[in-house]
Design a protein around this ligand. Structure first.
Ligand code: SF4
Ligand code: SF4
Length: 317
Protein backbone atom coordinates (compact mmCIF):
# COMPACT_ATOMS: atom_id res chain seq x y z
CA UNK A 1 0.00 0.00 0.00
CA UNK A 2 1.25 3.44 -0.89
CA UNK A 3 1.11 6.14 1.78
CA UNK A 4 1.22 9.88 1.11
CA UNK A 5 1.46 13.03 3.16
CA UNK A 6 -1.81 14.93 3.21
CA UNK A 7 -0.70 18.41 2.11
CA UNK A 8 1.18 20.21 4.85
CA UNK A 9 -0.62 18.47 7.74
CA UNK A 10 2.18 15.99 8.48
CA UNK A 11 -0.51 13.27 8.40
CA UNK A 12 0.46 10.21 6.36
CA UNK A 13 -2.49 8.40 4.79
CA UNK A 14 -2.90 5.26 2.72
CA UNK A 15 -3.86 6.04 -0.86
CA UNK A 16 -6.92 3.83 -0.33
CA UNK A 17 -9.21 5.38 2.26
CA UNK A 18 -12.22 3.48 3.58
CA UNK A 19 -15.39 5.54 3.10
CA UNK A 20 -17.67 4.52 5.96
CA UNK A 21 -20.96 5.85 4.51
CA UNK A 22 -21.64 2.60 2.61
CA UNK A 23 -21.84 0.26 5.59
CA UNK A 24 -23.96 2.57 7.77
CA UNK A 25 -27.66 3.37 8.23
CA UNK A 26 -27.89 5.68 5.18
CA UNK A 27 -26.94 2.87 2.81
CA UNK A 28 -26.41 -0.84 3.62
CA UNK A 29 -27.31 -0.53 7.31
CA UNK A 30 -25.12 -3.52 8.22
CA UNK A 31 -25.16 -4.80 11.80
CA UNK A 32 -22.32 -3.16 13.77
CA UNK A 33 -20.25 -6.35 13.98
CA UNK A 34 -20.47 -6.98 10.21
CA UNK A 35 -19.62 -3.40 9.31
CA UNK A 36 -16.74 -3.36 11.79
CA UNK A 37 -15.43 -6.53 10.16
CA UNK A 38 -15.28 -4.80 6.75
CA UNK A 39 -13.29 -1.94 8.32
CA UNK A 40 -11.02 -4.40 10.12
CA UNK A 41 -10.35 -6.26 6.83
CA UNK A 42 -9.22 -2.99 5.28
CA UNK A 43 -7.00 -2.04 8.23
CA UNK A 44 -5.35 -5.46 8.20
CA UNK A 45 -4.56 -5.06 4.48
CA UNK A 46 -2.75 -1.74 4.96
CA UNK A 47 -5.51 0.88 4.82
CA UNK A 48 -4.84 3.38 7.61
CA UNK A 49 -7.40 6.05 6.70
CA UNK A 50 -11.16 6.10 7.43
CA UNK A 51 -13.53 8.83 6.24
CA UNK A 52 -16.86 9.35 7.99
CA UNK A 53 -19.27 12.05 9.18
CA UNK A 54 -21.49 12.84 12.14
CA UNK A 55 -24.36 12.57 9.63
CA UNK A 56 -23.44 9.01 8.55
CA UNK A 57 -23.95 7.57 12.09
CA UNK A 58 -21.07 5.14 11.60
CA UNK A 59 -18.98 5.90 14.69
CA UNK A 60 -20.08 2.63 16.42
CA UNK A 61 -18.73 0.59 13.46
CA UNK A 62 -15.40 2.40 13.51
CA UNK A 63 -15.10 2.23 17.30
CA UNK A 64 -15.72 -1.53 17.21
CA UNK A 65 -13.16 -2.08 14.43
CA UNK A 66 -10.58 -0.05 16.36
CA UNK A 67 -11.25 -2.14 19.48
CA UNK A 68 -10.35 -5.23 17.47
CA UNK A 69 -7.29 -3.77 15.71
CA UNK A 70 -3.86 -3.85 17.34
CA UNK A 71 -2.56 -0.86 15.33
CA UNK A 72 -5.53 1.34 16.33
CA UNK A 73 -3.38 4.31 17.39
CA UNK A 74 -1.97 4.65 13.86
CA UNK A 75 -5.39 4.83 12.19
CA UNK A 76 -6.23 8.25 10.73
CA UNK A 77 -9.88 9.30 11.05
CA UNK A 78 -11.52 12.12 9.12
CA UNK A 79 -15.01 13.18 10.09
CA UNK A 80 -17.34 16.03 9.21
CA UNK A 81 -20.27 17.99 10.58
CA UNK A 82 -22.92 20.32 9.20
CA UNK A 83 -22.67 22.46 12.36
CA UNK A 84 -22.56 26.15 11.53
CA UNK A 85 -21.88 27.66 14.96
CA UNK A 86 -19.50 27.09 17.85
CA UNK A 87 -22.01 25.26 20.07
CA UNK A 88 -22.98 22.87 17.28
CA UNK A 89 -19.39 22.15 16.32
CA UNK A 90 -18.42 21.66 19.95
CA UNK A 91 -21.20 19.08 20.31
CA UNK A 92 -20.07 17.40 17.06
CA UNK A 93 -16.45 17.19 18.18
CA UNK A 94 -17.38 15.92 21.64
CA UNK A 95 -19.63 13.28 20.07
CA UNK A 96 -16.84 12.10 17.77
CA UNK A 97 -14.27 11.95 20.58
CA UNK A 98 -16.66 10.12 22.89
CA UNK A 99 -18.08 7.64 20.39
CA UNK A 100 -14.73 6.85 18.79
CA UNK A 101 -12.97 6.68 22.20
CA UNK A 102 -10.23 9.00 20.96
CA UNK A 103 -8.27 11.85 22.55
CA UNK A 104 -8.22 13.73 19.24
CA UNK A 105 -9.70 13.62 15.74
CA UNK A 106 -7.13 13.73 12.95
CA UNK A 107 -9.19 15.62 10.37
CA UNK A 108 -12.40 17.56 11.04
CA UNK A 109 -14.24 19.01 8.05
CA UNK A 110 -17.24 21.24 7.44
CA UNK A 111 -19.57 18.85 5.63
CA UNK A 112 -20.57 19.65 2.06
CA UNK A 113 -19.71 23.31 1.51
CA UNK A 114 -20.80 24.94 -1.75
CA UNK A 115 -18.77 28.13 -2.07
CA UNK A 116 -17.22 31.03 -0.15
CA UNK A 117 -20.65 32.23 1.02
CA UNK A 118 -21.48 28.94 2.74
CA UNK A 119 -17.97 28.79 4.27
CA UNK A 120 -18.47 32.31 5.67
CA UNK A 121 -21.84 31.21 7.02
CA UNK A 122 -20.07 28.43 8.97
CA UNK A 123 -17.18 30.58 10.20
CA UNK A 124 -18.11 30.38 13.90
CA UNK A 125 -17.85 26.59 13.59
CA UNK A 126 -14.46 26.94 11.87
CA UNK A 127 -13.23 29.23 14.65
CA UNK A 128 -14.27 26.60 17.20
CA UNK A 129 -12.32 23.93 15.27
CA UNK A 130 -9.26 26.19 15.11
CA UNK A 131 -9.36 26.62 18.90
CA UNK A 132 -9.73 22.83 19.25
CA UNK A 133 -6.71 22.43 16.97
CA UNK A 134 -4.63 24.70 19.24
CA UNK A 135 -5.62 22.46 22.18
CA UNK A 136 -4.60 19.32 20.29
CA UNK A 137 -8.16 17.97 19.97
CA UNK A 138 -8.07 18.22 16.16
CA UNK A 139 -5.02 17.93 13.91
CA UNK A 140 -6.34 19.37 10.64
CA UNK A 141 -9.37 21.39 9.54
CA UNK A 142 -11.10 21.82 6.18
CA UNK A 143 -14.18 21.09 4.10
CA UNK A 144 -15.81 18.42 2.00
CA UNK A 145 -17.62 19.53 -1.13
CA UNK A 146 -19.51 18.36 -4.20
CA UNK A 147 -18.85 21.74 -5.86
CA UNK A 148 -16.08 23.17 -8.03
CA UNK A 149 -16.67 26.53 -6.32
CA UNK A 150 -16.33 24.86 -2.91
CA UNK A 151 -12.84 23.63 -3.80
CA UNK A 152 -11.80 26.99 -5.26
CA UNK A 153 -13.09 28.89 -2.22
CA UNK A 154 -11.49 26.57 0.35
CA UNK A 155 -8.16 26.73 -1.51
CA UNK A 156 -8.04 30.46 -0.70
CA UNK A 157 -8.77 30.05 3.03
CA UNK A 158 -5.42 29.92 4.87
CA UNK A 159 -7.01 28.30 7.94
CA UNK A 160 -7.97 25.19 5.94
CA UNK A 161 -5.54 22.29 5.72
CA UNK A 162 -7.64 19.69 3.88
CA UNK A 163 -10.25 19.53 1.12
CA UNK A 164 -12.28 16.44 0.22
CA UNK A 165 -13.89 17.02 -3.20
CA UNK A 166 -16.25 14.85 -5.22
CA UNK A 167 -14.41 13.86 -8.37
CA UNK A 168 -14.61 10.89 -10.71
CA UNK A 169 -13.91 10.07 -14.33
CA UNK A 170 -17.32 11.15 -15.64
CA UNK A 171 -17.98 13.96 -13.18
CA UNK A 172 -21.26 12.36 -11.99
CA UNK A 173 -22.45 14.09 -8.81
CA UNK A 174 -20.48 17.34 -9.29
CA UNK A 175 -23.13 19.94 -8.49
CA UNK A 176 -21.88 22.99 -10.38
CA UNK A 177 -19.54 22.00 -13.17
CA UNK A 178 -17.74 19.43 -15.23
CA UNK A 179 -15.03 16.90 -14.48
CA UNK A 180 -12.50 19.14 -16.22
CA UNK A 181 -13.50 22.14 -14.10
CA UNK A 182 -13.16 20.05 -10.94
CA UNK A 183 -9.72 18.81 -12.09
CA UNK A 184 -8.58 22.41 -12.55
CA UNK A 185 -9.94 23.38 -9.12
CA UNK A 186 -8.14 20.43 -7.49
CA UNK A 187 -4.87 21.43 -9.19
CA UNK A 188 -5.34 24.99 -7.95
CA UNK A 189 -6.03 23.81 -4.38
CA UNK A 190 -2.93 21.59 -4.45
CA UNK A 191 -0.84 24.55 -5.61
CA UNK A 192 -2.25 26.46 -2.62
CA UNK A 193 -0.78 23.72 -0.38
CA UNK A 194 -4.00 21.95 0.61
CA UNK A 195 -4.11 18.24 1.41
CA UNK A 196 -6.69 16.67 -0.88
CA UNK A 197 -8.50 13.35 -0.78
CA UNK A 198 -11.23 12.45 -3.27
CA UNK A 199 -14.68 11.02 -2.64
CA UNK A 200 -17.21 9.22 -4.85
CA UNK A 201 -14.60 7.67 -7.20
CA UNK A 202 -17.27 5.31 -8.55
CA UNK A 203 -20.03 7.92 -8.63
CA UNK A 204 -21.94 6.11 -5.90
CA UNK A 205 -22.05 2.92 -8.02
CA UNK A 206 -22.61 4.40 -11.50
CA UNK A 207 -19.07 3.54 -12.57
CA UNK A 208 -18.96 -0.04 -11.26
CA UNK A 209 -19.00 -1.31 -14.86
CA UNK A 210 -15.68 0.49 -15.49
CA UNK A 211 -14.20 0.19 -12.01
CA UNK A 212 -10.55 -0.25 -13.06
CA UNK A 213 -10.64 2.78 -15.37
CA UNK A 214 -12.41 4.85 -12.74
CA UNK A 215 -9.76 4.07 -10.13
CA UNK A 216 -6.85 4.52 -12.55
CA UNK A 217 -8.16 7.96 -13.50
CA UNK A 218 -7.93 9.11 -9.85
CA UNK A 219 -4.75 7.18 -9.00
CA UNK A 220 -2.99 9.05 -11.79
CA UNK A 221 -3.88 12.43 -10.23
CA UNK A 222 -0.85 13.31 -8.15
CA UNK A 223 -2.77 16.03 -6.32
CA UNK A 224 -4.83 13.36 -4.54
CA UNK A 225 -3.17 12.00 -1.41
CA UNK A 226 -5.97 9.48 -1.02
CA UNK A 227 -9.26 8.31 -2.50
CA UNK A 228 -12.17 7.41 -0.22
CA UNK A 229 -13.97 4.27 -1.42
CA UNK A 230 -17.09 2.75 0.09
CA UNK A 231 -16.63 -1.00 0.58
CA UNK A 232 -19.37 -3.50 1.38
CA UNK A 233 -17.57 -6.76 2.16
CA UNK A 234 -14.21 -8.50 2.39
CA UNK A 235 -14.07 -9.28 -1.34
CA UNK A 236 -14.49 -5.60 -2.25
CA UNK A 237 -11.76 -4.67 0.23
CA UNK A 238 -9.39 -7.25 -1.26
CA UNK A 239 -10.17 -6.21 -4.82
CA UNK A 240 -9.63 -2.52 -4.11
CA UNK A 241 -6.39 -3.16 -2.24
CA UNK A 242 -5.08 -5.16 -5.24
CA UNK A 243 -6.00 -2.36 -7.66
CA UNK A 244 -4.47 0.35 -5.45
CA UNK A 245 -1.30 -1.73 -5.07
CA UNK A 246 -1.08 -2.24 -8.86
CA UNK A 247 -1.51 -6.01 -8.57
CA UNK A 248 -3.82 -8.15 -10.71
CA UNK A 249 -7.09 -8.98 -8.98
CA UNK A 250 -7.49 -12.76 -8.63
CA UNK A 251 -10.52 -13.99 -10.62
CA UNK A 252 -12.13 -15.50 -7.52
CA UNK A 253 -11.90 -12.17 -5.66
CA UNK A 254 -13.29 -10.20 -8.60
CA UNK A 255 -16.14 -12.67 -8.96
CA UNK A 256 -16.95 -12.52 -5.23
CA UNK A 257 -16.84 -8.72 -5.31
CA UNK A 258 -19.03 -8.47 -8.37
CA UNK A 259 -21.47 -5.84 -7.34
CA UNK A 260 -25.04 -5.45 -8.40
CA UNK A 261 -25.44 -1.84 -9.60
CA UNK A 262 -27.38 0.19 -7.08
CA UNK A 263 -30.23 2.59 -7.73
CA UNK A 264 -32.35 5.08 -5.85
CA UNK A 265 -35.90 3.96 -5.14
CA UNK A 266 -38.74 6.32 -4.13
CA UNK A 267 -41.68 4.52 -2.50
CA UNK A 268 -45.19 5.19 -3.75
CA UNK A 269 -46.15 6.78 -0.40
CA UNK A 270 -43.98 9.86 -1.19
CA UNK A 271 -46.18 12.89 -0.35
CA UNK A 272 -44.27 15.33 -2.56
CA UNK A 273 -43.11 17.63 0.24
CA UNK A 274 -39.92 18.48 -1.68
CA UNK A 275 -37.46 18.23 1.24
CA UNK A 276 -35.36 15.71 -0.67
CA UNK A 277 -35.18 18.13 -3.61
CA UNK A 278 -33.80 20.90 -1.40
CA UNK A 279 -31.37 18.50 0.28
CA UNK A 280 -29.83 16.90 -2.83
CA UNK A 281 -26.26 18.22 -3.22
CA UNK A 282 -26.07 17.03 -6.82
CA UNK A 283 -29.29 18.73 -8.00
CA UNK A 284 -30.49 15.30 -9.11
CA UNK A 285 -33.88 15.22 -7.39
CA UNK A 286 -37.05 16.88 -8.72
CA UNK A 287 -40.79 16.66 -8.16
CA UNK A 288 -42.71 15.21 -11.07
CA UNK A 289 -46.48 14.82 -10.89
CA UNK A 290 -46.30 15.41 -7.15
CA UNK A 291 -43.71 12.72 -6.45
CA UNK A 292 -39.95 12.81 -6.00
CA UNK A 293 -37.89 11.43 -8.85
CA UNK A 294 -34.12 11.29 -9.21
CA UNK A 295 -32.30 11.87 -12.48
CA UNK A 296 -30.05 8.77 -12.64
CA UNK A 297 -27.50 10.61 -14.77
CA UNK A 298 -26.88 13.13 -11.95
CA UNK A 299 -27.59 11.06 -8.82
CA UNK A 300 -24.43 10.03 -6.94
CA UNK A 301 -26.42 7.57 -4.76
CA UNK A 302 -25.16 9.27 -1.63
CA UNK A 303 -28.40 8.62 0.27
CA UNK A 304 -28.43 12.09 1.83
CA UNK A 305 -31.98 12.75 0.56
CA UNK A 306 -33.26 9.61 2.29
CA UNK A 307 -32.03 10.83 5.66
CA UNK A 308 -34.20 13.94 5.26
CA UNK A 309 -37.40 12.30 4.05
CA UNK A 310 -40.02 12.53 6.83
CA UNK A 311 -41.93 9.64 5.21
CA UNK A 312 -38.91 7.26 4.97
CA UNK A 313 -39.79 6.95 1.29
CA UNK A 314 -36.27 6.93 -0.22
CA UNK A 315 -33.86 4.03 -0.30
CA UNK A 316 -30.62 3.19 -2.09
CA UNK A 317 -31.20 -0.44 -3.14
S1 SF4 B 1 -38.76 14.05 1.15
FE1 SF4 B 1 -39.76 12.07 0.97
S2 SF4 B 1 -41.97 12.53 0.99
FE2 SF4 B 1 -40.88 14.47 0.59
S3 SF4 B 1 -40.84 14.59 -1.68
FE3 SF4 B 1 -38.94 13.60 -1.04
S4 SF4 B 1 -39.39 11.39 -1.13
FE4 SF4 B 1 -41.33 12.46 -1.16
S1 SF4 C 1 -30.95 12.19 -5.32
FE1 SF4 C 1 -30.42 11.59 -3.18
S2 SF4 C 1 -28.92 9.93 -3.44
FE2 SF4 C 1 -29.02 11.02 -5.42
S3 SF4 C 1 -27.38 12.55 -5.30
FE3 SF4 C 1 -29.30 13.53 -4.59
S4 SF4 C 1 -29.25 13.28 -2.35
FE4 SF4 C 1 -27.74 11.84 -3.19
Amino acid sequence: MEYRLLGATGIRVSRLCLGALTIGPLQLNLPVESGAEVILNALELGVNFIDTSQFYRTYPYIARALQLYSGRDEVIIATKSYASDAAGMRAALEEALRELSRDYIDIFLLHEQENMLTIRGHWKAVEYLLRAKEKGLVRAVGISTHCVQGVRAAALVPEFDVISPLINCTGVGIADGTREEMEAAVQFAAQCGKGIYAMKPLGGGHLLHRLDDAFQYLLSMNELAAIAVGMRNRAEVEMNVCIFEGRPVPDAVRQAAKAVPRRLHVEEWCVGCGRCVERCPSKAMALKNGKAEADPSRCALCGYCGAHCPEFAIKVI
